[in-house]
Design a protein around this ligand. Structure first.
Ligand code: HEM
Length: 148
């Protein structure tokens, strides 16, 4: 339907240069919720600042991982249930890392922010609403990982 098509079209616009938008996304996330920075530890070491984190290859890999999950959701719009097990497991992993479910609201706000920056005038109220719904579906399944 029209909503799914809009999601696919807008996603293909930003994924011409995915890492750039991914960095905008997580820069915004750390501005809104700086306490998330210390959750990113590689080899037991965490970053002393959001800037250090955003500049590190390990963290950029996490951005790529996040983008690949969104990409999978966009690709599977017709059959999100095929991702259920994966997403619930991903939620469980993030719970174990110490991420609070509530932080995923900030992640969602930051995603909409990055899409707005990336799409410019193509970011309409409909675009925002469609993406908010898609993100909510993804997080809804991930949230089951906090319950089990
Ligand atoms: C793995 C933190 C949000 C997808 C990780 C890891 C950390 C982490 C510390 C392990 C290290 C790594 O693989 O780089 C966080 C924090 C988040 C967040 C603090 C924000 C609150 C997300 C979101 C997604 C996501 C929104 C996708 C929708 C992944 C994936 C992995 C991962 C796919 C790899 C899991 C695996 O190895 O099986 N995350 N994450 N993360 N994260 Fe996140």
């Amino acid at each position: 339907d029209a909503e799914k098509q809009m999601i696919r079209d807008t996603w293909s616009q930003v994924t011409e240069d995915p890492l750039v938008h991914g960095i905008v996304w997580f820069t915004r996330l750390f501005d809104l919720e700086p306490d998330l920075v210390p959750l990113f530890k590689y080899n037991g070491v965490c970053y002393s600042s959001a800037q250090d984190c955003l500049a590190s290859p390990d963290f950029l890999d996490h951005i790529r991982k996040v983008l690949s999950v969104i990409d999978a959701a966009v690709t599977s719009l017709e059959s999100l249930s095929s991702l259920e097990e994966y997403l619930t497991g991903l939620g469980r992993k993030h719970k174990a890392i110490g991420v609070k479910m509530a932080s995923f609201n900030t992640v969602g706000e930051s995603l909409l922010y990055a899409l707005e920056k990336g799409l410019g005038e193509n970011f309409t109220p409909d675009t925002r609403a469609s993406w908010a719904r898609l993100y909510a579906m993804v997080v809804d399944v991930m949230s089951r990982g906090w319950q089990i």
